[in-house]
Every structure is written in C-alpha cells, then in structure tokens.
Design a protein around this ligand. Sequence first.
Ligand code: NDP
Length: 444
Amino acid sequence: MHYVDRVLASLKEKNPNEAEFHQAATEILNSLRPVVDRHPEYEKTALLERFVEPERVILFRVPWVDDGGNVHVNKGYRVQFSSAIGPYKGGLRFHPTVNLSIVKFLGLEQVLKNSLTSLPIGGGKGGSDFDPKGKSEGEIMRFCQSFMTELYRHVGADTDVPAGDIGVGGREIGYLFGQYKRIVNEHVGVLTGRGLSYGGSLVRTEATGYGLCYIVEEALADRNDGFKDKTVVISGSGNVAIYAAEKAQSLGAKVVAMSDSNGYIFDKSGISLDVVKQIKETERGRIRLYAERVKGAEYHDGCRDIWSIPCDIALPCATQNELDLESAKRLVQNGVKVVGEGANMPTTLDGISAFLGNGVVFLPAKAANAGGVATSALEMAQSSGRLFWTFEEVDLRLRSIMKNIYRNIDGAAREYGAEGDYVAGANIAGFRKVADAMLAQGIV
Ligand code: NDP
C-alpha cells in the first residue's frame, strides 16, 4: 500500500466521525503523492503522520449567563496544529455547527495556507458551538469574556495568535482582546483583526475578499483576460463576500447575486453594495430585506440555487461544502470560467473534479483566501514594530502576496506535471516549506 494510503487509513481509524477532517486530509495527501515519492526521508521520519496530527488540542467549557439570568454552557476549542514555521495562527469560529472535526479540517488547511503566504506563521484554528444570532450585545460580551477567561493561558503574541472567522468579527475581537488584556496586563498583538484604535491594521477587514479578487485577477491576466464586464455570483454576505463584491465591482465586474444562510438575492442590474452593507453590517439583518428595498431585485429561499445563475466567475464565500457536484455541473453548463474559493472548503471533492475535468480555472481556498491571514501577519509585524502603515502600503503588500501565491501554485503544479491544477499546486507549494522546517527540527 502506498505511504499516503496507509496514513489516510490510519487517520480515519484513529479519528472516526470526523468527516470534514477526513475530506480535507484526503484532498491534501492525495495531491502530495508525487512529492512523497521523490522524498523517501518523509516516510522514514513519519513526517506525514506527524503532519496530520495536531500538536495540541484544547477543549474547554464556556459557561455564560443570558439577559434573563439563565445559565448556558458551550464548548470551546483551540487546535494548535503546527508551529513548524511560526506561532500558531488562525481564526475563531462561533457557529452552532462547530465541532472538533470542523476545527481540525480548518486547522490543517490553515497550516498550508499560512505557509503559502510566505510569512512566518504556523497553523491553528478554534471556536465554539455558540450561536451569536439573536443574542444581545451584553450576551455576546459576556460569552466572549468567558471564552477568553480559559483561552488566555494557551495563546500569546509569540505562541498563538487567533483572529476572526464565521461569527467572529470586529465586535467579538474587541471583547476577546479586552478580556485578555485585563487578565494578562499586557497590550500586545495576541489577536488580529483588532480595531484601528487599539492596534489593528488598515485593510484587515477587506483583506480576504480583496485578496480573493487579486488572485482571480492574476489568473485571468495569465490568460490575457480581466474582471472587466464579467458577471460574478458570490455566495454569503459576510466579511469575505462583501469585500470580494466591493473589489470585483471596482475592477469592472457586475456582481448579480449574494446570499445568507436562508436564501439568495438576484439583481440583474448589479448588486447595490451599500444596501447589502447597511443590512448585514449595520442592522445585522437578513439578506431578503434587499429585495424589499431595491426595485427589480428578487429573493429566493434556500442557498443552493444561487449556483444556477449564469456567470463567468463564481466566488463561494459562505461555508464548507456549499457547492456540490450538481451545483458544479450547473455552473459548468452555464459557461463559468473561473471559480475562486473565498470560504474554506466550500466545494465538495466531486465538485472540484467536475471543475478540473471541464477546464474551469479553479483556485482553492488555501491559496485564494490567504489574503486574510497574510494581512493578519502584517498586523502582527506592525504590532511588534509599534508601526502603523497606510491603507495603500498594506494593500500593495497584500496584492503582491496574492500575485506571489499564484506564481507559486502555478509553478508547483507545472513542476509536478499537473499544469493548471491549482489544488495540487497549492498543496504541494504549501507543504514543501512545512516539510523542510519539520525535517530541520528533528522528531518533534
Ligand atoms: P461571516 O460570519 O462574516 O459571514 C458568513 C456568511 O456565510 C454569512 O452570509 C452567513 O449567513 C453565511 N453562512 C454561514 N454559515 C452558513 C451555512 N451553514 N449555510 C449557508 N450560509 C452560511 O464569516 P466570514 O465572511 O468571515 O467567513 C466566510 C467563510 O470564509 C468561512 O468559510 C471562513 O472560514 C472563510 N474565511 C474567512 C476569513 C476572514 O478573514 N474572515 C479568512 C479566510 C477564510 P448568515 O448571516 O445567515 O449566517
């Protein structure tokens, strides 16, 4: 049996009931076969076994009291996956679906993503099954304070630097940071995505969505094409989706659809992003309100059919496994040219095969959404140096990082005879640096 197959079989046996973690590990390890074949030292040092086993998994209780005086208990997670190339780094997700499998899949992806940024950051991920929807400000604050009251002992500016993810935005980062500072008595860069008044970086809010468009732009430029006059469909209407839409529009594209977990809006004359921002960022309301406010726009219940809308570029920016084989086939039939993953693992394995098999340019999450964590690393650099760079300075660095990622994944794919397969290219390019660092550091 091939080394990769043995590692995958053992991973599934040792970690039953972790479907998302199996899915991510399968995708990654399968594309590493040619690399493993060239490097027998990996097997000798059980490098793959160590690569898929988190360095540390922290599980904890998060008790909190609601406005009515009722006590609730949620689960808290932090998976410190790999510190081979730098301190653990990766977001916190607050969503009722969060479980160990999801945190581990996100953590493993994060290791390679962070490596791809070319910045010195290891990989981690965390969160809670807490549902922020419908909670008051006071409830959110008390939950964040309780979460940090345990997490603070495991994180640190040179140890582990969490950030936001689904359900954790600027507001939550503020409450988490306030509690950390209160306990530890240090104003340091222990979290990224902080507000500009207390150590945050310009462009961090926009970074993941902008970065996604920058890498798509680079892939298009490589084919003598661009965003201008392209029709774009974006799922989600959170942080990543909103700023992907903003950048796509500014590059001359027409964004015709967006969604939330209840349904999607279709506006054939182009989405008015100010209305979406007002609903989602200011009012924290539902996307269906858009159709009530904008003439000619439609709202449809359910998210899946958003992929039946004809488009040139599809940007899934909501959540994992939101784009399955059937949706992929519809996009292909309707002539989609590029799919860029803003969310983590939004496309199922058979969906990815459908894109690759039909010549669609497919940019996988660990490359395409790396702009968020890359800008977080720029925030860390500014914190350590007590510096504050301008918007233009950070944006320029972000753009150059995304271009560089495209070059690297394209080059790695070619080197291993998989031209145009950016899934393989991203896994190989990200893995090589982590593997080199692991080999250099001995059996740890
Ligand atoms: P937000 O919480 O800001 O937005 C999430 C969006 O996705 C919302 O529109 C939400 O709808 C929708 N959504 C969430 N869960 C589901 C679901 N189960 N089914 C359908 N829609 C859903 O999160 P982000 O924009 O920060 O994150 C989106 C994705 O991008 C995630 O996969 C995240 O891991 C990834 N990502 C985020 C980065 C960042 O910097 N923020 C960096 C890299 C990746 P609703 O409002 O109804 O909940």
